[in-house]
Design a protein around this ligand. Structure first.
Ligand SMILES: [Zn+2]
Length: 319
């Protein structure tokens, strides 16, 4: 039996699935907490893969969605802010060695989520796709003419780290004013907290320490003006940034994934307004579909499977 093994490595949990080559439905899948430290992390990954492989199966290819930045050509994790100790880890080599010399294909998790949505999810049938996942940070992925944009070494498509406000708040990467520092869930909570510390009136006054974007959303829906402004602000900056992405990539569909994108009108109304004001030519919006992701937590796993599948099919996407 020819099988494809797919991994999606997260800061908290790692998911794995095994697919029969050429099919979409996984034969088996599993999820376990991501282990800390180099040796333990790799051992955990090996065990997870082995636990779902049928006896005597031959692994045809391995796809891995991993938190960036990574070098997709060499199969190396360059840095993993949420997983200390994994810097410069030759993950591709280690997995290949363990699973019978199978070729390993690596991708940034958000890039591969975009690929999964393009192949199996909300963006099926579209040739030019923009994908943004908005949760604690903002990740992005671009499909350009049916080609996953990864760049020269695989660190391309980092849409969440585009600078929107040069003197703005600090991003998780350490630079200022990135989209992720303005429109992510973390950013919404941080801005609200700062406003409360500055003496702003709000029903959230007593919750400074425990504030989350989800809590701010509840307050906003209950009519709290400060909470509404927190979302309006995040939505406006998102609109400004996405207008720039439309000018560059001219996609036919924009897919929103991640928890914060489920805030609905709170975020999307100011987003659409700013988008309309920021594009310089209406045709960018004329045929643009704006949808929510369809694959949920499985997007990265399906993207990892797709990466291997495309290499087998010798598609341009395998390059
Ligand atoms: Zn950043």
């Amino acid at each position: 039996m020819r099988l494809i093994l797919a991994f999606d490595i997260g800061g908290t949990n790692t998911r794995a699935a095994v697919f029969r080559a050429g099919t979409r439905a996984p034969l088996r899948r599993v999820s376990a907490p991501t282990r800390r430290g180099r040796g333990s992390f790799l051992a955990g990954l090996f065990e997870l893969g082995e636990s779902i492989l049928p006896q005597g199966a031959r692994v045809e290819g391995i796809g891995v969605a991993a938190p960036g930045p990574l070098d997709t050509r060499r199969g190396v994790l360059l840095a993993a802010p949420n997983l200390p100790g994994l810097e410069n880890l030759p993950l591709g080599e280690a997995l290949s060695e363990r699973f019978g010399g199978a070729p390993v294909f690596l991708g940034n998790d958000a890039n591969l989520a975009a690929l999964g949505e393009w192949r199996y999810g909300a963006a099926r049938g579209h040739h030019n796709v923009l994908y943004l996942t908005i949760s604690t940070g903002i990740g992005g992925g671009v499909i350009c003419e049916n080609h996953l944009l990864q760049g020269e070494t695989g660190i391309g498509g980092e849409l969440g780290h585009v600078t929107v406000l040069p003197d703005g708040l600090l991003c998780s990467c350490g630079k200022r004013g990135h989209l992720g520092a303005l429109s992510s869930g973390t950013a919404i909570a941080a801005w609200t907290r700062a406003a409360l510390e500055g003496g702003a009136e709000s029903c959230l006054k007593g919750e400074k320490a425990s504030l989350t974007a989800a809590r701010v959303a509840v307050a906003a829906r209950n009519g709290d003006a400060l909470a509404q402004e927190a979302f309006a602000r995040a939505g406006r900056y998102l609109g400004v940034a996405v207008a720039g992405f439309l000018h560059i990539f001219n996609p036919s569909i924009l897919v929103f994934g991640g928890g914060v994108s489920k805030s609905g009108a709170l975020l999307l109304n100011p987003f659409r307004e700013a988008l309309g004001e920021s594009v310089f030519f209406p045709p960018y919006l004329d045929n643009l579909k704006i949808v929510t992701a369809a694959l949920g937590e499985d997007a990265g796993l399906f993207g990892a499977q797709t990466l291997v599948q495309l290499a087998r099919e010798d598609s341009p996407l395998s390059r």
